[in-house]
Write a protein that binds this ligand. Sequence first.
Ligand code: ATP
Length: 901
Amino acid sequence: MRTAEGQCRWHAAPIGQVFELLDTGPEGLSSGEARIRLERHGLNRLPQPRRRGPLARFLAQFSNLLIQVLLAAAVITGLLGHWADTLVIGGVVLLNAVIGFVQEGKAENALQAIRNMLSPQAAAFRDGHVTTLPAEELVPGDVVQLQAGDKVPADLRLFRAKGLSIQESVLTGESVPVAKGSLAVTADAPLGDRSALAYSGTLVTSGQGFGVVAATGAETEIGRISGMLAEVDSLTTPLLRQMEVFARWLTGVVLAVAALLFGFGMLVRDFDAAEAFMTVVGIAVAAIPEGLPAILTVTLAIGVQGMARRNAIIRRLPAVETLGSVSVICSDKTGTLTRNEMTARAVMTPAETFAVAGTGYDPHGDFEREGEAVEPGAQPFLMEVLRAGVLCNDAGVRQDDGGNWQVGGDPMEGALLVLGRKAGIDQDDLKGRLPRTDEIPFESEHRFMATLHHDHEGNATAFLKGAPEQVLEMCQWQGSREEGAPLDREYWRQGIEELARGGMRVLAIAAKPLPKHAQELTFGAAEEGLTLLGLVGLQDPPREEAVEAVAECQAAGIRVKMITGDHASTARAIAGQLAVHNSGDVLTGADLERLSDAELFERVADTDVYARTTPENKLRLVETLQRHGLTVAMTGDGVNDAPALKRADIGIAMGRKGTEAAKEAAEMVLADDNFASISRAVRAGRTVYDNLKKAIAFLLPVNGGESLSIVGALLIGLTLPITPLQILWVNMVSSVALAMALAFEPAEPGVMKRPPRPAKEPLLSGFLLWRVVFVSTLFFTAILGIFAWSVEHGSTLEEARTYSVNTLVLLEVLYLFSIRYLHAPALSRSGIRITRAAGISVLVVVLLQLIFTYAPFMEAFFETRPIDFLHGAEILGIGVLFFGLLEVEKRVRRRTGWGIR
Ligand code: ATP
């Protein structure tokens, strides 16, 4: 079916011809045939966007201004004949590039692996059954089912479509969805008008449809233009960008200060140009935190990987940081806070209410009326409700190999099938007698679903189930299909309220006879003159872990709001079981529509339960909460949730129950749909942010202290207490190794006991600035102190410098211990239990430092001297004093509550 130009013309061919050409039919392929075709056509995968090659990634390491300054220094020291310096600076730059290259490579791979966790699924017919399979395995000839929210998995020629609309903006740029049908169009119709085709990568916005796969992978329309789509997420977040700006700014300042000091050295201290320049190089090297960019990237990547292991898959990296500042979580109820394992517990007919026993999906359990078991078959009204519930249903139940009953499809519909089975109704048998001819699928906008059935005499009946208030409005009669009595609204209202108050989800079930010739079910026919058969009350208990997670979030200063499509009373009851709401107030979608913006602004702060909401309500809620200055996380699963998910600071889509449309719009996807995973992700987000902050709070003062001691020496007129070469050694070897360990730090105790970080908190907060100044001063005092003291007491210049370097490194190690906990005391039981990463880095640093100090070849290169016992003890003494001061500062901060974030 290709023209001379290779263009597919599936849209112009009648469906019979399409099936013939693809050697298939409406019932799809057998698995054997699919396997053979898969060999021939390959996986249904788009060509991967080209990733940067290794050379480009390596060279990118040098695009950093900090590194370029160092390179310039290396060249100039070379010109001045200071070869040792050139070599070490060159080595440092190279080492930095290699570390950056390797770690970023790992980070990119980790992200790629996480992205692969999100590979889409497709519902295809194999061996005559609808099977969910990875979209990658689709082959031409497969028959695929489409539903609202799906991402079309391959190019499909549609042969059945019911209210099907598809948004094709990835292909056409047009964001208004287009209606699709099954009829062929003219061969020259442009892409956007080929209504019988559904294109891979586009999104189904409403309706249902069936199509046969015409092209897969690179053969699809999108595959052909995928070169245009080759976008790779960059490894960056707002914090990292802020850091980049900061680094540039810092480099400017360092260069300016260096220039001033160059002048000062030459004019005031009478240095010659070369000597002055070497001092200035020392300062530049000391002040620039070379390793910082690589460390931040690694911290982020480790955080994202950890979250993925705990079922929170990050789709956009900045979300990791935002998670740490979340102050409200708006969560769906069903499946996220509750288990979404439904059991029908009560059935209400026009005359009476029956209680239903049994557990889970096991189809055994008695029907009781006022405590007495009854034979359901003898209750015609009851049987009518149950039969309608089984017919107006898309789910299936079956027993697995272990004898457990499993539901395929919507758990609530599964519960209705189980309910039917408890009364001896077999789904297949009933469907055989009353085959379905048409349907109106469930959508959360209209909150009902209806099906049309014909018996063998050709009599037509519509069955409908849905949210009870809605259905009540559509009904005129009650009773059975044959003998209806006028509807007693009050009776049913009370019934709904009673069941809902018990925390049950309530469904109303209705029916309507239609004329024999009716082959299509329209909204008009379904929406009026119905007979209400009865109500079913379904129980869906809260997840135990969700109860704990809600409490944890509340302790962390995060408000949890439940936003559900369910009935207000059900929502209130479940919220009570989860301890969600404080005020007890429930706002419904209708209330929300009535309230003005100003009124809603007032109410939203302390109303935590929202019922019978629509996706538009969700969007408005997000916006209103954001006007309160809150950072909002919002969950969603449906196609229409996309705007609210996009608008929220963190959109969270459900991995299992969620549509592809919701996942595309979300920043994060929950692999297990579980609320507890959100609170774990927030915890992880706070930890990552803490660790980023710790890496910064570690490196900046170390560099600050080093540069201060050189600048100080120069100003006072002392010789340099540490040579530029020695500083490079410290920066590259110990600083980077130690700071890298911070990326692996677990959450601090109490991380979920403090309030969320304000979203607009600047990176260099007052706290961080204070830390840089305070610790830099301590470093400076210690380094210069031991240097001046030992020179005074007879040590040679080389010896005094060795003491200074070793003091610096010891203080760094101790500072690492102290900063592992920004707030909690370091000398606690958990505080001294360091991570493996920290243990290894400390060990490596100590070993290298011993080599640095005692190995003869190091002595030649770095001009070091061995340290005797007395001076060793002195250095240790300084360390103890330093550590003590750090802990005292922490205690004062804790007392005053300053900087606790
Ligand atoms: P949440 O938003 O917390 O996930 P929800 O699942 O109740 O709640 P919706 O899926 O929008 O939200 O459902 C809203 C209402 O529509 C339900 O309370 C129920 O009364 C009705 N309903 C849900 N699914 C079906 C269905 N398959 N057939 C008929 N009615 C349904």
